[in-house]
Design a protein around this ligand. Structure first.
Ligand SMILES: Nc1ncnc2c1ncn2[C@@H]1O[C@H](COP(=O)(O)OP(=O)(O)OP(=O)(O)O)[C@@H](O)[C@H]1O
Ligand SMILES: [Mg+2]
Length: 270
């Protein structure tokens, strides 16, 4: 097995030294994996992604990324540029991510920071705007857009960097059905190109379509499952315990059955 791109060992994280975000997290991620992180509100999904993105640093334990210990120190040196070009993070809240005067600038920002030539940046921005169907918004102020439009801009600002590793925090929240389907198809395409995709969600209905592995966080901020989607979805007791399903969730045989009305609802299976 090649070296993992993320090697997380016994990581603990508290906010302000007080509020527990993560407890004793040990996991590895290998290149090309498509991983869903599931958990109830407050279980630590966003915290885990922030740690993998080098935006928060463990209080205890360690994280190695792309073969280096991911510390504040190393991210203030040469490694930072390399790491930022490889790892893209789409925040749960797009407001945190957008700060440029126009949508065009927002999507151009990352590639320009990486020193990519201006004509190539222009091409990338045009392609990204096209792909997301937001060409008409290119001169608008990102902060004055609707929630879903902002989310698309935030997604675009990361895609224009073409990172090998994509960290996505609840990326479908607030997106209309067409854009959700577009995003899933895009992720499917990226998987074929061997990109690594790590996505936090509490939407069980999409997990089998987007992931080949699932990690479940408990409300105590620990990992309670790490396995294939089908196996995780079968474990109703565990899903109940961690508050991802409730008693009324339908059950057919041994497999938890979620009534999905999302883009992947398969009514022929009912
Ligand atoms: N800035 C913060 N200050 C203090 N506590 C925080 C902060 N951010 C998160 N927490 C706490 O850390 C824990 C984990 O939060 P996190 O945002 O990682 O959860 P999550 O699984 O992403 O939840 P959600 O599904 O609501 O997005 C929660 O108990 C939360 O209250
Ligand atoms: Mg979150």
């Amino acid at each position: 097995m090649p070296e993992p791109i993320f090697n997380i060992e016994r990581v603990c994280y508290r906010y302000g030294g007080k509020y527990i975000g993560l407890k004793d997290i040990t996991m590895q991620v290998h290149s090309g994996e498509s991983l869903a992180i599931l958990g109830a509100n407050g279980s630590g999904k966003s915290t885990l992604l922030k740690i993998m993105a080098g935006l928060a640093f463990p209080e205890d334990g360690s994280i190695n990324a792309l073969g280096k210990p991911l510390t504040q120190d190393i991210l203030s040196g040469e490694f930072a540029g390399f790491f930022r070009s490889k790892v893209g993070f789409i925040f749960q809240e797009p407001d945190v991510q957008i700060f440029c005067p126009t949508v065009w600038d927002e999507i151009a920002f990352g590639p320009l920071q990486l020193g990519i030539e201006k004509s190539e940046v222009r091409q990338r921005v045009d392609d990204t705007l096209d792909m997301l169907g937001i060409k008409a918004l290119k001169d608008r102020q990102p902060h004055h857009l609707s929630g879903g439009e902002k989310k698309k801009v935030a997604i675009g600002s990361v895609l224009s960097l073409n990172p090998d590793i994509l960290l996505l925090d609840e990326p479908t929240n607030g997106l209309d059905p067409r854009t959700q389907v577009w995003l899933f198809e895009l992720l499917e395409g990226l998987r074929k190109f061997k990109k690594t995709i790590i996505m936090a969600t509490h939407d069980l209905s999409i997990v089998e379509d987007i992931a080949d592995r699932v990690i479940v966080l408990s409300e105590n901020h620990t990992i309670v499952a790490d396995s294939k989607p089908a196996e995780v979805l079968r474990d109703k007791d565990m899903l109940l315990k961690v508050n991802i399903i409730h008693e009324h969730t339908h059950r057919h045989g041994d497999v938890v059955h979620i009534h999905s009305h999302g883009p992947f609802a398969r009514h022929d299976e009912h």
